[in-house]
Design a protein around this ligand. Structure first.
Ligand SMILES: Cc1cc2nc3c(=O)[nH]c(=O)nc-3n(C[C@H](O)[C@H](O)[C@H](O)COP(=O)(O)OP(=O)(O)OC[C@H]3O[C@@H](n4cnc5c(N)ncnc54)[C@H](O)[C@@H]3O)c2cc1C
Length: 405
């Protein structure tokens, strides 16, 4: 039996069939989130994409609906559910507005989940309630202009202790929610000479002196989700805002990245479901040669392949979410779960690319038009092969784990 982490075996993490099934309770959560997203988020999607617009009230609306802090203890305002349910909410949001899906994932998973897993009770009490009502928006800054795939080795952001504070210097880029975030988890080197044992995580508020947003970045897809470059110029962060222990930030980062990969899978699944849904509809109503194009077998083949890809994604995403349910704190980032989450996001990213390509193909020239929904989904799809580690990095992780077994 493969060893996962010290003292843990494959069977101890393997979910039973029941654990990854869409039970009635889970189906109810997916349905609730879907109904909310169809009503509140879908009507915003086109304008957000066209105008690069973020609706400033939307996180509060999501909070009022009880859909933030899904896995957080009710003591801090959360719903007290689990990681699987967090994935279901993102899946539902992605079906109707992938841009909000991305910003929500940055808030709910990258910020809230990482804080909830790694914060002190004081840190959780200070930030979680405001984040869960949607009054505060969270983000996470790991990537830098010179440190993408090699996020740790090439990290140039540094922090040093100065009395009761740390002083941060450096830049982060491509940060989801960066331009609108109130509070962020930021990684910086506190002991650059110690490599992976010299990175720490900090909770940085937008009003801390020395913090600024350098620019909002213009993207090809997910244009309604604000992405930005952040600057830390002698940014003073109170020592009590160190997240986890000094120089132990890599464990938080690596474990958080595994959970992020599972969530990116959920997000991709929602987009894929929507692409299939609107493509089937279009094929039924578009008439050529006197018949709906859905009657042509070559179109049917595209639809059938899209369905196979969506259902494969669903099985893998739910299986992986169930496995993540069993993780605590910084248990991820290595072993079986590291390999599986990388495999899930690799499968989902590739599948979504094919699905959206076929979706545009079935829509013909209309699919090539910027303002159509299928075009928005096509433009949104590419990032699922890049974010949370590129396809190449995912394969390096999988091969690395296979070869170390
Ligand atoms: C829309 C969007 C939102 C994002 N949100 C966030 C966020 O909220 N927080 C955050 O911290 N980051 C975020 N990112 C950053 C994202 O995680 C990085 O873009 C990603 O990790 C890749 O880094 P890079 O862009 O610097 O590419 P690079 O690392 O420069 O890679 C360029 C190419 O080289 C390949 N490559 C690199 N190293 C190897 C290797 N060893 N072997 C083979 N091929 C290799 C890559 O696979 C890729 O094809 C976001 C990115 C985007 C596009």
């Amino acid at each position: 039996m493969a060893t996962l982490h010290d003292g843990e075996t494959a069977s101890s993490l393997s979910p039973t069939d029941k654990e990854y099934e869409l039970t009635a309770e889970r189906a109810g959560i997916l349905e609730t989130a879907d109904r909310f997203a169809r009503r509140e988020l879908a009507p915003l999607f086109a304008k957000m994409d066209a105008d690069e617009w973020w609706p400033p009230y939307i996180m509060r609306s999501i909070g009022s609906a009880g859909l933030i802090g899904v896995a957080v203890d009710p003591e801090f305002g959360g719903a007290g559910l689990d990681f699987f349910c967090q994935g279901l909410v993102i899946q539902a949001f992605a079906r109707h507005n992938s841009s909000i899906g991305l910003s929500y994932a940055g808030h709910e998973n990258l910020f809230i989940n990482n804080l909830d897993q790694n914060g002190t009770p004081q840190q959780r009490a200070k930030y979680l309630p405001g984040c869960i009502t949607g009054d505060l928006i969270g983000a996470l800054g790991m990537t830098e202009p010179g440190a993408g795939s090699d996020a740790i080795g090439s990290m140039a952001t540094v922090a040093h202790r100065d009395g009761d504070s740390y002083i941060l210097n450096g830049r982060k880029t491509f940060i989801t929610n960066g331009p609108i975030a109130d509070v962020m988890i930021i990684y910086a080197k506190t002991a650059p000479e110690r490599g992976t044992k010299g990175v720490s995580a900090f909770l940085v508020e937008k009003n801390f002196p020395g913090f600024s947003v350098a620019q909002k970045l213009i993207k090809m897809g997910h244009r309604g989700s604000p992405t930005g470059e952040l600057v830390f110029d002698n940014c003073r962060v109170p020592a009590e805002n160190l997240l986890g222990e000094e120089n132990k930030g890599v464990a938080i980062m690596m474990s958080g990245l595994d959970l992020e990969r599972a969530i990116v899978g959920s997000h991709a699944l929602g987009v894929a479901e929507r692409a299939l849904e609107i493509t089937v509809e279009y094929a039924k109503q578009r008439v050529q040669f006197g018949k709906p194009i859905a009657s042509f077998q070559m179109v049917q083949a595209l639809l059938a392949d899209m369905y196979v890809a969506v259902e494969s994604m669903r099985q893998m995403v739910y299986y992986t979410l169930a496995k993540c349910n069993r993780l605590a704190g910084t248990d991820g980032g290595r072993g079986e779960i590291h390999k599986l989450t990388a495999a899930t996001v690799l499968l989902c990213g590739r599948s979504l690319q094919k699905i959206c390509d076929s979706a545009v193909q079935v829509h013909g020239g209309m699919g090539y038009m910027w303002e159509t929904e299928v075009n928005r989904l096509y433009r949104a799809a590419k990032v699922f092969e890049i974010g949370a580690g590129t396809n190449e990095i995912r394969r390096l992780i999988i091969a690395g784990e296979l070869l170390s077994e």
